[in-house]
Design a protein around this ligand. Structure first.
Ligand SMILES: [Zn+2]
Length: 568
């Protein structure tokens, strides 16, 4: 329940009179009361429920979803939050289609006909709701990394009309060498060692769709992709999920594919081209698309099913009449991979519980809601809490919100995303994933200073984590985002403790049935991290400034466009 001012009016006046000019310490105290609402035992209790066998791994469209959504709605109601949806409900329906595609690919290059095997040599799928999708004799064109990045003066297409063509592209950012030391990457181009959005497959397929290409084929290479070809197979050769867009999917061309490296080399060679030579040319600004001297026909046999899923949405209304239409968003995805009864063992052994990924983040979301409700008055601006669905299925819940926002994006100050808490104790530092992109970094740094802690850039920027979480879809529509991960300097632990813990998790538990609550969990660090996120969100909701993308951030242009159309 919320402690309201008027009831304690007399007392407040007395306190204010006694303290005189010291009103700020009253404020500090009430803020600390609301920080106390972020409690480790309570967060652990939420994780226990969400990661229980009963919740069956929280797969979208299953009984696990029904229980999860019901639990979250009940919690938000108990905390006194308003429905996040203007239709008066605490959910936003997300229409999802699950596709199974059986592809055939026939290449005619340099007088040869080459039929590739799936999934060992290529994987292809289509998000068209048609039983038979065909791309007929489409011209193959190599477009290097397939990037148009005005801030780097980069354009791999050079104005070529690629409508109806099939784009063959390389994965990751163009690895532009440093002109002064070619053994290193140029730090001024595409983030140097860090991956930018231009390096992600999502971006490559989007560009193909936007430019009207019929199909897009990404050449798989283990190093630049950061995973082996077997991951491509396990990720895309089964059921693929997309939003039910009622028409062409704006994020994908008709047919979307990956090809194994050896087969790509073979195709290039058949057309009299060297893959290695073309790849070398693709790291230069003056690269031009190259016709590969051949055509491809794709035939994709599709079956699909509809899955009705839900984002959970709850809102705290701003207390300032002029500012309450502005809002700060917190997100933490509720879904995970569900229950597979074909796995050996008991039901418990067959469930991917997703305790850390992302029951922990959802627990933080509830703690944040409670903390805001514990403030003596609501912040000036509104705060929206979203638990998106289907993050594990191509971020469909966040994608859907971004394309069907419940509140205007130009009034949305920021998205603060939580995906997996630090569960191993207190740290001196906290890492900013995608640091250097927006002024939210500075807001977090000043919050961290109040805890005598420091912020650091992501220790593994090459993993491209910024582009693998829900907040990306807010960034893509211009909303500044903050996504943090556990610090590495654990207090009272050896120097490599944090790195070890993360590596152990990735090796043994990540997306496995063993992502359970562990005996050695220590939420003291999580509490501090979540309090920082509270401080940042509260400062935004109370402050005078909109956060900004910094120059060079790939999402600045879209934000400027959105905000510029209606000057504020
Ligand atoms: Zn995950």
């Amino acid at each position: 329940m919320r402690c309201r001012g008027p009831r304690f009016g007399f007392l407040a006046t007395l306190v204010a009179a006694t303290l005189g000019a010291n009103a700020s310490s009253v404020r500090a105290e009430s803020q600390s009361a609301s920080l106390q609402a972020i409690d480790g035992a309570e967060m652990l209790q939420h994780i226990k429920v969400l990661a229980s066998d009963d919740f069956e791994g929280r797969s979208p469209g299953t009984r696990g979803e029904a229980l999860t959504v019901e639990y979250l709605v009940r919690q938000f109601k108990m905390l006194g939050l308003k429905p996040g949806n203007l239709d008066g409900s605490y959910t936003q329906s997300v229409p999802i289609l699950g596709y199974r595609s059986e592809p055939r690919a026939t290449f005619k290059v340099g007088g040869q006909t080459i039929e590739l095997k799936t999934p060992s040599q290529f994987v292809a799928w289509s998000y068209q709701r048609a039983p038979e999708v065909r791309v007929e004799s489409s011209e193959l064109v190599f477009v290097g990394y397939g990037v148009i990045a005005p801030e780097y003066g980069w354009d791999d297409y050079k104005g070529l009309d690629v409508r109806g063509k099939t784009l063959v592209m390389l994965i990751n950012d163009p690895p532009v060498p440093d002109p002064n030391d070619p053994s290193k990457l140029d730090e001024r181009m595409f983030g140097g060692r860090a991956m930018t959005y231009y390096g992600r497959w999502t971006y490559k397929y989007e560009m193909a769709a936007r430019l009207g290409a019929a199909a897009a084929i990404i050449v798989h290479e283990t190093g630049p992709a950061a995973y082996p070809y077997s991951t491509v197979v396990s990720t895309w050769a089964g059921e693929n999920f997309s939003l039910d867009t009622q028409g062409p999917n704006p994020d994908y061309p008709n047919v979307t594919a990956w090809i194994a490296l050896d087969q790509a080399k073979e195709l290039f060679a058949a057309g009299g081209r060297s893959f290695e030579a073309l790849k070398e040319g693709a790291v230069k600004k003056d690269f031009k698309p190259v016709l590969l001297g051949g055509k491809v026909t794709f035939q994709v046999h599709n079956t699909w099913r509809a899955v009705e899923s839900h984002n959970v949405v709850a809102r705290i209304e701003g207390s300032d009449a002029k500012l309450k239409d502005d809002l700060v968003i917190y997100t933490a995805h509720w879904d995970h991979f569900g229950w597979d009864p074909k796995l050996p063992g008991t039901k418990h052994d067959q469930i991917k519980h997703g305790a850390q990924d992302n029951a922990s983040g959802v627990a933080a979301l509830l703690a944040l809601a409670k903390s805001f409700q514990a403030l003596p008055r609501a912040p000036k601006r509104s705060v929206l809490f979203i638990a998106p669905t289907a993050e594990e299925r191509d971020w469909l819940g966040a994608r859907f919100y971004a394309s069907h926002p419940l509140y205007p994006l130009r009034k949305t100050l920021a998205d603060i995303n939580i995906d997996m808490l630090n569960l191993w104790g207190r740290t001196r530092d906290i890492e900013i994933v995608g640091s250097g992109k927006s002024t939210l970094d500075d807001a977090l740094a000043s919050a961290a200073a109040t805890q005598n802690r420091i912020t650091k850039p992501d220790s593994h920027p090459e993993r491209g984590s910024f582009y693998r979480v829900d907040s990306l879809f807010f960034a893509r529509v211009g909303v500044p985002v903050l996504f943090t991960k556990a610090g590495k300097e654990f207090i009272g632990r050896p120097q490599d403790y944090g790195e070890q813990k993360v590596n152990d998790f990735i090796a043994h538990d990540y997306h496995q049935v063993t992502d359970n609550i562990k005996a050695d969990w220590d939420l003291s660090g999580a509490i501090e991290d979540v309090r920082l996120l509270f401080d940042v969100g509260r400062a935004l909701a109370e402050g005078n400034e909109y956060p900004q993308w910094k120059p060079g951030a790939e999402f600045k242009a879209i934000r400027d466009q959105t905000m510029g159309s209606t000057p504020r």
